[in-house]
Design a protein around this ligand. Sequence first.
Ligand code: FAD
Length: 406
Amino acid sequence: MVKTFKYIILGGGVAAGYAAREFAKQGLKPGELAIISKEAVAPYERTVLSKSYLHPECIELILSTEIVKADLAAKSLTSAGGETFSYQILLIATGSTVIRLSDLGVQGADAKNIFYFREIDDADKLYEAIKAKKNGKAVVVGGEHIGMELSAMLRCNNLDVTMVYPEPWCMSRLFTSDIAAFNEGYYAKKGVNIMKRTVVVGFTANSDGEVKEVKLKDGRVLEADIVVVGDGIRPQTALFKGQVEEEKGGIKTDGFFKTSVPNVYAVGDVATFPVKLYNELRRVEYAEHACQSARKAVEAIKAAEEGKTVEEYDYLPVLYSHQFGHAWEFYGDNVGDTVLFGDSSPESSIPKFGSYWIKDGKVVGAFWQGRIEEERDAMAYVARVRPSVQNVDELAREGFSFARKI
Ligand code: FAD
């Protein structure tokens, strides 16, 4: 039997949750909307959205259901269990999947207690391992967002933590060497060991099949009870290959998240969309975008039904994190020259600093770190309006007050 819905959201992550909330806000009739997710739980945000936002009387939650075939021409989805779903409008919100070391051919990478981190189930498994390996040794592979956050979390759980990454400094895709120097110094102060400019080439396991050692390319060998890998993700677009236009590794959309196929929208990590501010197509893997893109797509769907129009998506990149009690946020574009200001010593009792990125004489990116949430709005605004800078030394002296006076 085919289950038919007016709207189907495929995926049960951040974008799916916000899209469902926007549908409910705009008005839904019972049975109009289904969310299909391979996860066993309702959409959750890896930060704020709770299940209570959803309206179960109007939304059918089809959980633990993996879609293995999508026929966009026939408007039909088929699950691994053989069920078929049809829709009038499809919102693709399938997000990303982790890159596994076993897929890269790393020797011994399927040993027990090697973890990846994407879904709630991954968090539960890691939690159990932390309890089982109390005060043990953890190796974190990767120095980007997930590697940083999980190293801090493992250290806070009293594990002896070593981070390994090939780049010259942490968060190298965003951080300047100055920002990284603060963070690496702060992590070292908290007891995290950092090994840079090398990669993991293999693992050994004990007689129970549990990971025991991590082998590095430079010949060093680390003992490990737990390994957490954060070596990147890839967008989940395989279901739609050859059926929809793609660009930059994602599904190409317009500024309303419409794809090249009528009545099919793509949001969140999978969408490659026009960034008005920079006049280029981009695909981003940030929570704020997942939430905003989902809202915009649903607004556009509902407006079209009523013969109305909505404003095109006007995205400002936002990235944030919080580790060892220190928040940081970044707005805009991290291109061009940089200037660092404020107190960025890891030894300082209350570090508070920031950085601007300057391109073609304009501030295009703004970063802050420390317990200074009051700077948030000014820093976001400066990245959005991109004011001119006459004198870079003066900008460094002014620091946050430059953004506040814009
Ligand atoms: P996801 O949230 O990944 O959801 C995709 C959903 O689709 C999942 O439920 C998946 O199971 C389901 N799915 C996929 N394929 C199928 C299928 N074939 N059938 C059925 N269901 C399917 N971003 C930030 O900006 N700041 C942060 O601090 C930050 N921290 C993060 C921490 C963690 C641990 C993780 C994992 C991510 C973090 N991110 C952060 C990134 C952010 O969470 C993602 O950008 C966001 O989740 C993307 O939302 P999405 O809905 O596109 O995809």
